[in-house]
Design a protein around this ligand. Structure first.
Ligand code: CP
Length: 321
């Protein structure tokens, strides 16, 4: 395995299995310890959060994670930066790099915007969500949450329901979950479904498209997705009421879930559309736990980008090599 230090994080498919395991173990360490007890591992270093699209969870959990590790965090607003004068993302990254900033967390509306830049910059790139392509840290925090609850992903039945077509979260899970042993069920309106074969995922045989009620009845994890109206270019969506009745996790559908099954959602949540208001903070819901785990996961991701090998040494013996 390549050393898990000084790395970009562009997507899940480019992570080796052992790297995923190590990141999860380190995130679990932070979930137990919450904050460093001794010297701050990344003290004195600089990171920047470049968000070209709105965000609450990803942006602020990265910032909390970075500050817990001792990083100096630079904030960025596209509206008040030289992007408004036509500066490219490459030039923005090189500018920050020349000032000694060592990591850039980037959210962007354009899919795969970081891939052609990765070999051209030294600043570590961390994908915080690019278009409909990938959301690797959401994948990691979701998997951490599932592992904490179920122990293992082997044989876990995960139903991902909703606007799959516009979901970078779903695409990261399609790549990652089957590799970790989970079976994935997809469900939603026909015009929002994706074809796993066309996505070119690693284990398409572990992915099935099912009617929503069947997926909910079979699932150990019911993961609901928001309708991403901001990415729709046509009439894909009739009304919140019709959508909820046809595809939403209503109280009636939640009654059909297995006794031990849980509800997840990457959020933001549209209460009363893809999920009933009462279910968001119900006993079955892990949604707030996902948000908490976002901090611990992003601490591990920042350490992978900027920390030394000594952080990872204890985990090398414990992951399947
Ligand atoms: N889940 C997620 O990416 O949320 P934000 O858009 O608020 O970051």
């Amino acid at each position: 395995m390549n050393k898990p230090v000084g790395k970009h994080l562009l997507d899940i498919k480019s992570l080796e299995h052992q790297e995923i395991e190590m990141l999860l173990k380190r995130a679990e360490h932070w979930s137990e310890q919450k904050s460093p007890s001794g010297p701050l591992p990344l003290a004195g270093k600089f990171a920047v959060n470049l968000f070209f699209e709105p965000s609450t969870r990803t942006r602020f959990s990265f910032e909390v994670a970075q500050k817990k590790l001792g990083l100096n965090v630079l904030q960025f607003s596209a509206e008040s930066s030289s992007v408004t004068k036509g500066e490219t993302l490459y030039d923005t990254l090189k500018t920050l790099e020349s000032m000694g900033v060592e990591a850039a967390v980037v959210r962007h509306r354009e899919s795969r915007i970081l891939e052609p830049l990765a070999d051209r910059v030294n600043i570590r790139l961390i994908n915080a969500g690019d278009g409909v392509n990938a959301h690797p840290t959401q994948f990691l925090l979701d998997v951490l949450t599932m592992k904490q609850h179920f122990g293992s992903l082997k044989g876990l039945q995960v139903a991902i329901i909703g606007d799959l077509r516009h979901s970078r979260v779903a695409r990261s899970h399609l790549w990652g979950l089957p590799r970790l042993g989970a079976d994935v069920m997809l469900s939603g309106p026909e015009q929002m479904i994706i074809d796993p074969q066309k996505e070119g995922v690693a284990y398409p045989e572990r992915i099935r498209v099912l009617p929503v009620d069947e997926a909910i009845r079979r699932a150990d994890v019911v993961m609901m997705l928001r309708i991403q109206l901001e990415r729709h270019d046509g009439e894909l969506f009739s009304s919140p009421e019709i959508y909820q009745r046809q595809y939403g996790l209503t109280l009636e559908r939640a009654e059909q879930m297995k006794k031990e099954a849980v509800i997840m959602h990457p959020a933001p949540v549209n209460r009363g559309v893809e999920i009933a208001d009462e279910l968001v903070e119900s006993e079955k819901s892990l949604i707030l736990k996902q948000m908490e785990n976002g901090v611990y996961t992003r601490m591990a991701v920042m350490e992978r980008a900027l920390g030394g090998m000594e952080i990872w040494q204890p985990y090398l013996q414990t992951v399947n090599m």
